[in-house]
Design a protein around this ligand. Structure first.
Ligand code: BEZ
Ligand code: FE
Length: 297
């Protein structure tokens, strides 16, 4: 088949879209078909290679259940999730980006990952969500403001992390239920505070097809330690992000490309004694202070 005939196939698929199909769908299909066909041509893709790709995607689907989302892990490890997050934040924050009087940059977003669990308990400020879990106790505190530095009261800070060994509640055996996750509401000065553990690095689930793909590419599956936070209040652009301890391994080779310099912070280590909230600590503990800023919607 010559170049002209193969080019016809691409146009034929695009022409087959109905005139009255949804315009955005038409745009997406047209672009995806053009790029996918161009890749097949550029690679001179062999039938057995295309079949291997189909088998890989089939296995990816078969690995999904209500607690495991292999397609998210695939999207994350190929950098697509992070690209979509960055484009989305830029699009939704255009007003704040154009506002020359803004004094505080909006907190950078990063990937949500597959371990978000909607409906975490709403707990009083200062609660300990890491009690009884492996890991070094850490006192988290800070403020939520707008991009002019004005405090945002009654703002929801929804946090989740793995334990001190990098294991999320969803990965714990049996019916562990929700652990190491909660929602907090900021006080009148926009402040939040809670206790949890210092998060450690961990591998993205790598016992499925995405793990095989990473090994074939010669890549490690690890993410640097992080605690997730989704911060939202009506009238503001919500942000889904992480906080990374600055001494974590893998900060410069995150398996999902989610690290941003502005999200790396020191987790200060303290000897046993009295914590800022008056809690008596009989073991060493850490403190992590971070201020979030939300752009107007
Ligand atoms: C996470 O941070 O929880 C995560 C993100 C992407 C893939 C797997 C886990
Ligand atoms: Fe995570």
């Amino acid at each position: 088949m010559n170049q002209h005939q193969t080019a016809d196939i691409t146009q034929a698929v695009i022409n087959r879209l109905a005139d009255d199909a949804d315009p955005r769908l038409k745009q997406i299909i047209t672009t995806v078909v053009k790029h996918a066909h161009a890749a097949v041509r550029e690679l001179d893709l062999k039938p057995e290679e295309w079949m291997a790709a189909i088998q890989f995607l089939t296995k990816t689907g078969q690995t999904c259940d209500e607690k495991r989302q292999e397609f998210i892990i695939l999207s994350d490890t190929l950098g697509i999730s992070m690209l979509v997050v960055q484009l989305d934040q830029a699009r939704r924050s255009q007003r704040a980006l154009a506002d020359k009087t803004a004094t505080v940059p909006a907190t950078e977003a990063t990937v949500q990952g597959p371990f978000y669990w909607e409906g975490a308990p709403v707990l009083p400020l200062g609660s300990d969500i890491g009690k009884g879990m492996p890991g070094e106790p850490t006192y988290y505190s800070g403020r939520v403001t707008d991009t002019h530095g004005r405090p945002l009261a009654a703002c929801c800070v929804d946090v989740w992390s793995g334990d001190g060994e990098g294991v999320y509640d969803m990965q714990m055996g049996g019916d562990a239920g929700m652990r190491l996750r909660a929602r907090f509401h900021t006080d009148a000065e926009g402040r939040y505070r809670f206790w949890s553990i210092k998060p450690t690095y961990y591998p993205v689930p790598d016992d499925g097809p995405v793990g095989e793909m990473l090994r074939a590419m010669g890549r490690h599956p690890n993410r640097p330690g992080h605690i997730h936070a989704m911060v939202y209040k009506e009238g503001y652009v919500s942000v889904t992000t992480h906080l990374f301890p600055s001494d974590s391994p893998f900060l410069d080779s995150d398996a999902v490309f989610g690290v941003r310099d502005t999200l790396i912070l020191p987790f200060e280590k303290h000897a046993p004694g009295t914590a800022p909230d008056g809690r008596k600590m009989d073991q060493a503990w850490h403190s992590a202070e971070y201020d979030f800023a939300l752009a107007p919607a």
